[in-house]
Each structure stands twice: as C-alpha cells, then as structure tokens.
Ligand binder design. Structure first.
Ligand code: ADP
Ligand code: MG
Length: 693
C-alpha cells in the first residue's frame, strides 16, 4: 500500500513543486501574485511557463489546455500540443509565457445570452494563478477565466474572483476599525457533494436517464427509504471500490477529499473535501463531479448528479459551507474568547443576517434550475423560502439584544457576561436543525439549497457579494465613530432588530412555516421562472455594479441563459417522455392487454368463467386509453409552444403547461406499471435501478 501523503498533489503544479522548479526570485513574485493578487510580470510568466512545461512533460503530458467554466455550468477545454516544428522537419516542445497567460478559444458556441454576436466571436481565456495548474488525461490544465472580445465575462470564474475581491475589500475596511490589518480576507467554501450510482447496463436501457439524467417514469419500489437503513450504512463492495478510486484520483489532484458515506436514499452517497479558498473549491468541485462520472464508468456504474433522479426518493443537493477568514488565520465567523472579539463576531453575524434578508431573492436565484425545482420544498430539502438559522444559543443572545430595554452600556454588560461565558459554539449545539436553508453551524454557514449538479461558483458569487454589501453599509455607519465597540454593537443590534424576520429556528419543512413566512413578508419564489427575473432587477443591478461583480448587461444576459437552460431542459424531458410513452410503454401495455384478452377468450371458449380477469382487462384498457389521451395532451403542449424567443415567456409556458401534462402522463404510466407483467415492461423499474448496484 502506498502512503497517501506520498502521492497527494502529484498531479498538481503546487507550491512545493513551484518552489523546487522555479528560480528563487520567480517563485517569490509568483507567490506574491497568488497571495496578494499583484499583476504578474511577462518575464516571470515566461519562466513559469517553461517550468510548468518541463514538469508536465516529465509527467507524460503532450498537450496543454486552458480549462475554463463557461455558462453551461460545466467545464470546457481545448487541447493544444506542445509541439513546435523546426526547420529540419522535427519538433521541439514549446510553451511560452503568452500561451500560459492568455488563450483565444472560439467563443461562438458557448452560451452568452446574445452578448456576443458571432461576428465578434472571439473570446479570451486568462490564467488564474491562484488556482494551481494540474494534469488530466496527459494534458496540462490551466485554470482560466473566460471573457469576450468586448470585455464582458462569459464564465462563472471571473465574477467569482470579482466577488472575492469585494468581500476582501469590505471586510478589511471593517477590520481596520477594529485595529486589524490582515493582508487578505478570504472566502472559504467546503462543498458536500451528493450523488446516486446506478448500474450502467440498467441505465442504458432507460432513455430518460440517458437523455435527461432523471427518471421520467417509474412506480415506487416496495421498499423505499422508510427503514432509514441506508444513511451512514455499510458501503457495498462495488461502491466502496469506486469510492476508493475516486479518492485516489482526487488526492493526486490535490483535492482534500475527506468524508464519504451513504446518504438517505438507496444508492445515494456523498463525498466532501476539507474546505478551501472559494475559487479553488469551485474548480475542485468541478473536477470532483467530472471524476465521479468518469470513474463510475470504470466500475460499470453511472453517477447521477441530477437533483432528482427518482420521484418519491430523496434528491441530491450540494451543501455549501461558507466562511470568511483572514490571511492571519482568524475565522471571522467564530465567536471569540474575549468580549472585544465578540462584538466583532456579532457585527459579522448581523451583516450576514442582513444580507440574507435584504437579498433573499438573489440567494433563491443562485439555486434556481429546472432540476432543483423538484427538490426545494419537496419535504427533503429546504423550501424555496430563504431563512436563516442561528441555533438556540445565538438566537437567545440576539433576542436579548433586541428586546433589552437597557442602555447601551448595560447592553454591553449583558453581552460581556452573555458572550464571555459563551462557549465556542459546538456543532452539536448549533446544528440540530437540518431543515434550514442557511444555517449557522458553529464557525460557518451551511447553505443547503444548492442542487447537486450546480457549479458552486454562482452560489458563492451571490453570498460573497451580498455580505460585502452589508459590510459596506455597516462601514458607512461606523467609519466616523470613535468608540468602535459601542458603535458596532449599536449597528449590530439595529440590524438584528430590522432583519429578525428572516431568523427561523423551527422546522423549515412544515406547512406552518410556509404560512408564517408569508405573514413575516418573506418571499416564496417557488419555481425558477418566478425567481430568475430578480437577478436583473434594479436593486440587484446596482448591487452588482457597486461591487464590480456584474455589469447590467451581464445580469440581463445571464438571466436569459438561465431561463433558456430551464425551458430547454424541460423541452428535452417532454420529447423524451413522448418517445418513451409512444414507442415503449404504450406497445407494452397493448401487448399485455391482448395477451389477457386472448387468454379470456380461449377460456370462455371452453366454458370457464373469468369475471375477475375480465375486470383486469377492462381496467388495463381504460388506463391505456387514458395513457393515449395523456400522450396526446402532452404532444399538443409541445406542438403549441409559443414561437417566440422571449425566454421568460417560454420558461413560464413550460412551467405552467408542460409540467402538469408531464405529471399526468407519468401518473397514468406508473399505475400501468403496477398492473403490467414484469416481462412485458419495457425498461428497468425503480427496484432494479435502486437496489441492483
Ligand atoms: P455535515 O455533517 O454537514 O454532512 P461534512 O463533514 O460532510 O458535514 O462537511 C462539512 C464541510 O464543511 C466540509 O467540507 C468542511 O471542510 C467544511 N467546513 C468546515 N469548516 C469550515 C469553514 N470554516 N468554512 C467553510 N467550510 C468549512
Ligand atoms: Mg456531510
């Protein structure tokens, strides 16, 4: 057995590798760029490129690629070999500083929401030196941003980096008031990734899984998740072998893969790394998703990252654990040991409560996809209502602060005792509630709404920006204050008072909460088409422009892309359903009915009475009629889709018309599945898919 520590990061051009291979001065200035964001000198880039190339070639690479994250939500790569012809018909291996720093992929085939007309289809990729280059499939992969010829961003990384700048800038301003001047403030993310595994052979018999990533038909199996025997259960051998391979590959790529376990649903699992800097975490989560799929294939499995592969069975999310910390190692979301730090902690806490209340619509937008709409509010994931959970201890403190009719000094007194004795909040004390969309878990917040297939970039762009904004507003109030402790407490208490409505510690899955949230005036944007327009609202645009995260045009085009993603996903599901229903389910039902009918007639021919069998035949025929009617209805919905390129109209049409018609067709088919003999049913059932892994 090899020691993990020996091969961890072996496929990454990380700091030790850089240090070993770069001249001292080059290493120093690259480190400065990585740590402080100082621009990189062209001559330095040249030296780095050369060292990277040598390292890559020694490790078997023939190609390099700028690896970027277009708006598709996945990653893109175009590979160029290192070969450079020389006069005598041979080649040398070349990789210049310019090749490292910028690339020019043709941008015309990536979604841009109309941002970039094809005549100016040029796009640029620009190296993100803060995320290490790595080796994948014998290619040197360089994490990059992707921008259009005219300077608009076309990807998910650039705005994430911008939002990290915003949180860095605004947090530093606040910290300075407390007499602290760290070099850098960093947003950290630890994403927990849920997924399902399914046998490859069974998968390939289901068009719905192949084309849409989820089952569009399927009656509930006799055994669901009611025994609660899967969560943290023993891991099956085949799954365990798969997980071991995943870990090994992740470790080679420098991903701190830490936790693996079975999830709530049968055949559902989770993998989680140790948290790291937001953009690195986003890059690594993309790699994780890619590897899960690739390695599953090696084990004759398929990894489903869809948010809702099976109806009636828990869906998959991606819990986004988020915190902010300084380059001096201070976690700003950890209650401190002395009262002074606790004022600071409460101020940050108040900023987050304020951010979540002020911009709950944007948080909802950040998780709005066709797939995730099946989860949110479906009794298994936090509802579409955004609220924040602080846990009993903190809520008590906040309540005391809000209700205390005491003077400022006395209030501080309460805080001193209250907070002095406040133990470092342990996870156990803070995390009893798994139903909250945005929960404080002792030293970080866990945002539980994101869907399993989403890039975490979009989510953290929003969290970073809205918290930066709350901090910026606080700073404006505090800037001129002399007694920072008193003033900060005052600002925090006012914010807690004003935004108290968004704090909720109860059961987020309950019906009562939906009503109560409404009475508190909280938004409940149930579906993606209802949520997305908030992204480009006046309020959002001014937020994004203020912090240099998105321009107005970028918010409009992004909304457009996300709406398109939504209705296109549903359109593919509609077409897949129609095909399966017409070509597979209906013929199976007809065949089985005709088998029964001919059985009846031969029995009656010799005088055997079969009233029950006749009743069954009648039921089957009626349901089959209903199946045909539902197929026709869905076909009509599909045919009558408005001929418009207004994405919101189309998205709304598919939500209002297609989804109910799909539900109807499915429910008829699922009932038929329970009546038709197994041998006649045209594809594997839920029992097969969920239990034959
Ligand atoms: P859970 O009990 O919620 O399933 P896990 O252990 O699976 O928790 O995952 C928790 C995640 O939170 C891990 O990725 C972990 O590294 C991350 N995490 C821990 N502390 C922080 C922090 N300060 N900031 C961001 N993420 C953190
Ligand atoms: Mg977990």
């Amino acid at each position: 057995m090899t020691n993990v520590a020996d091969y961890f990061g072996s496929k990454v051009f990380n700091l030790p590798t850089m240090k070993a291979r770069l001249p001292k001065e080059t290493y120093k200035s690259l480190l400065k760029t990585i740590n402080e964001g100082t621009p990189l000198d062209a001559s330095v880039a040249e030296v780095v490129a050369n060292a990277m190339k040598d390292w890559a070639i020694e490790n078997g690479c023939t190609h390099y690629t700028h690896w970027f994250q277009p708006m598709t939500g996945t990653t893109a790569e175009k590979h160029d070999s290192f070969i450079e012809p020389i006069d005598d018909g041979t080649v040398i291996m070349e990789f210049s500083g310019k090749n490292l720093v910028v690339g020019e992929p043709d941008a015309s085939s990536f979604p841009s929401g109309g941002l970039r007309a094809t005549f100016e289809a040029r796009g640029y990729t620009a190296w993100d030196p803060t995320s290490y280059a790595f080796i994948k499939d014998d290619s040197l992969c360089i994490p990059t941003s992707f921008i259009s010829y005219t300077g608009e961003v076309l990807d998910k990384k650039t705005p994430l980096l911008r939002s990290m700048n915003a949180i860095d800038r605004e947090t530093k301003k606040i910290l300075k008031l407390f007499g602290k001047e760290p070099k850098k403030v960093i947003a950290y993310v630890g994403p927990e990734q849920e997924y399902f595994l399914v046998d490859k052979e069974l998968y390939s018999k289901r068009k719905d899984l192949m084309l849409t990533g989820r089952t569009l038909f399927g009656a509930m199996p006799a055994k669901g998740q009611e025994l609660e025997d899967h969560y943290f259960g023993q891991i099956k051998e085949r799954v365990s072998a798969f997980m071991k391979d995943v870990d090994e590959e992740l470790w080679k790529l420098g991903v701190y893969s830490k936790t693996k376990h079975n999830e709530v649903a049968p055949a559902q699992h989770e993998v989680a790394p140790i948290f790291s800097t937001c953009n690195i975490s986003a890059d690594q989560n993309q790699l994780t998703m890619e590897l899960l799929k690739k390695i599953a294939n090696r084990h004759n499995l398929v990894c489903l990252l869809h948010e809702k592969p099976y109806e009636g069975i828990n869906g998959s999310g991606k819990h986004n654990n988020w915190s902010i910390g300084t380059s001096d190692g201070e976690n700003l979301l950890k209650p401190g040991k002395n009262p002074k730090d606790n004022v600071q902690f409460l101020l940050f806490l108040a900023a987050i409560v304020k951010a979540v209340d002020d911009y709950s619509d944007l948080l909802r937008v950040s998780v709005a996809t066709a797939g995730n709409d099946h989860r949110l509010g479906a009794n298994e994931a936090p509802p579409a209502i955004v609220s924040i959970y602080l846990g009993d201890q903190l809520t008590k403190i906040v309540e005391n602060l809000i209700t205390g009719k005491k003077t400022k000094e006395e209030r501080l007194g309460i805080l001193d005792t209250g907070v002095d004795s406040l133990p470092t909040l342990q996870r156990d004390a803070t995390d009893r509630n798994r139903t909250s969309p945005f929960a404080f878990t002792g030293n970080r917040f866990e945002f539980r709404m994101p869907g399993s297939s989403q890039s975490v970039s979009g989510i953290n762009i929003i969290i970073n920006t809205i918290v930066a904004e709350a901090l910026s507003q606080f700073y404006d109030e505090l800037e001129k204050e002399e007694d920072i402790r008193h003033a900060a407490m005052d600002v925090a208490v006012r914010a807690f008072k004003k935004h108290n409505r968004v704090i909720f510690n109860g059961n987020g899955y309950s019906e009562e909460w939906v009503k109560e949230a409404e009475s508190r005036g909280l938004l409940n944007l149930k579906t993606t088409p209802e949520a997305l327009p908030c992204f480009a609202s006046k309020k959002s645009v001014s937020l994004f422009e203020k912090h240099g995260v998105f321009t107005k045009v970028e918010t409009v085009t992004r909304t457009e892309i996300l709406l398109e993603d939504y209705y296109k996903a549903i359109n593919i599901e509609v077409l897949t359903m129609l095909q399966m229903a017409k070509q597979e389910i209906l013929p199976a039902c007809l065949e089985y009915a005709s088998f029964i009918v001919s059985d009846i007639s031969s029995k009656e021919g010799i005088g055997i009475k079969v009233p029950k069998e006749k009743a069954l035949a009648t039921k089957l025929s009626k349901l089959t009629e209903s199946l045909i009617a539902s197929i026709d209805a869905l076909q009509t919905v599909s045919d009558k889709a408005p001929a418009t390129d207004n994405a919101l109209r189309l998205a709304t049409y598919y939500k209002d018309k297609a989804i109910p018609a799909m539900d109807k067709l499915r429910s008829v088919s699922d009932e038929l599945e329970t009546l038709v003999a197994k041998d006649y049913w045209p594809f594997p059932t839920y029992t097969d898919l969920l239990y034959r892994v």
